[in-house]
Design a protein around this ligand. Structure first.
Ligand code: HMG
Ligand code: MG
Length: 302
């Protein structure tokens, strides 16, 4: 059966901008719960300035609490310093963040596009030389909150730069949820033709309730790896208007209904969503959550 890999970003994207501060120990426990229910990949932390993103402090402590053999764990790194910290902590996979526009790079990592590209290129090369897996985001792939629409050619150019530097995976990120199914079909179709679709992933925020529709288009274009966030938490602190990520439970529900395999126990994942609610102190969850709860409650009763 056709297999799709889901990478849960709740511990990183989900919690980096949440009003609740969740300790490194609780975030490590969340990572383990996600692996327990079958997530094959989790973005566990970011090695970024605690002044820029206070909620992600304690990344090394979090990583030290994990058994790194359990799943494909990655950490976000914005620069060389973050890379060195992630490597020293024992991470085997890092994710660089390159935005498609000048202003988004400046707001997010305090570098212009040229400098961000050079830093990402050098860090990817270093990771490869050190035997780590290097992943690279291309953010604001449909539109930038500061500069407006982004050309598909620009996304293709930057993805090509990252592959040329040695990135094993390029993650196409709709940071503010500005994509729609027509645009998603164009962009993912173009990228899947230009590159090996097995090395592309989609990271879709759900601001306009179109993330699932866009994910479907990406699937139709041959993309088989998706970021998603249990409970639908998420958003970049430096991208105004960014809402939560595509909820893992919504994505997995779609994939399973379409006959695609993920290895994830959806009923058990709902319990992790419940745990996230208690960590952040308010109701969370994807759009299908009430129906999913009813579905599994009925199955257990039957
Ligand atoms: P800067 O101020 O230009 O950095 O910030 P700097 O090199 O001038 O250093 C300033 C201070 O930060 C120094 O410390 C450095 O040592 C320290 P001080 O001397 O003042 O005590 N520093 C660091 N500390 C920890 N980790 C580091 C690091 N680097 C320098 N890696 C910097 C530049 C990149 C550090 C800052 O802007 C930053 O941390 N940005 C992170 C932004 C971020 O995390 N954004 C959210 C994640 S991206 C996202 O969510 C999008 C995504 O989900 C995909 C999508 O949806 O599009 C991935
Ligand atoms: Mg994101």
């Amino acid at each position: 059966m056709d297999q799709v890999i889901v990478n849960d970003v709740a511990p990183r994207d989900g919690l980096q901008n949440d009003p609740a501060a969740v300790s490194a120990a609780d975030r490590a426990e969340l990572v383990n719960s996600l692996v327990d229910v079958g997530l094959p990949a989790v973005e566990v932390a970011s090695f970024v300035s605690p002044k820029a993103v206070p909620k992600m402090a304690g990344a090394a402590e979090l990583v030290a609490a994990l058994d790194l053999d359990r799943a494909d764990f990655s950490a976000l790194v914005p620069n060389r310093k973050g890379y060195e910290m992630a490597r020293a902590a024992g991470m085997r996979s890092v994710a660089l963040v390159l935005s498609a526009t000048e202003t988004m790079n400046r707001k997010n990592i305090n570098m212009g596009l040229d400098q961000a590209l050079a830093v990402c290129r050098e860090t990817v090369q270093q990771a490869c030389a050190d035997g780590l897996k290097a992943r690279a985001y291309v953010s604001v792939a449909f539109a930038c909150p500061f500069e407006g629409p982004v050309q598909d050619s620009q996304v293709e150019l930057l993805a090509g730069e990252m592959f040329a530097a040695g990135a094993q995976e390029v993650i196409i990120a709709d940071t503010i949820g500005a994509g729609n199914p027509l645009r998603a079909k164009q962009l993912f179709g173009r990228l899947a033709a230009a590159f090996d679709a097995a090395k592309l992933a989609a990271h879709l925020h759900d601001t306009r309730a179109l993330a699932l529709a866009n994910a479907w288009q990406a699937l139709e274009c041959g993309i088989r790896k998706f970021d998603a966030s249990a409970g639908g938490l998420g958003g970049c602190p430096f991208a105004p208007g960014a809402a939560g990520n595509l909820a893992t439970e919504d994505l997995v529900s779609l994939l399973h209904q379409a006959g695609l395999e993920t290895g994830i126990d959806l009923a058990a994942l709902l319990k992790v969503v419940g745990r996230i609610e208690s960590l952040v102190g308010r109701p969370v969850g994807g759009r299908a959550l009430p129906w999913l709860h009813r579905r599994f409650a009925n199955r257990e009763a039957a």
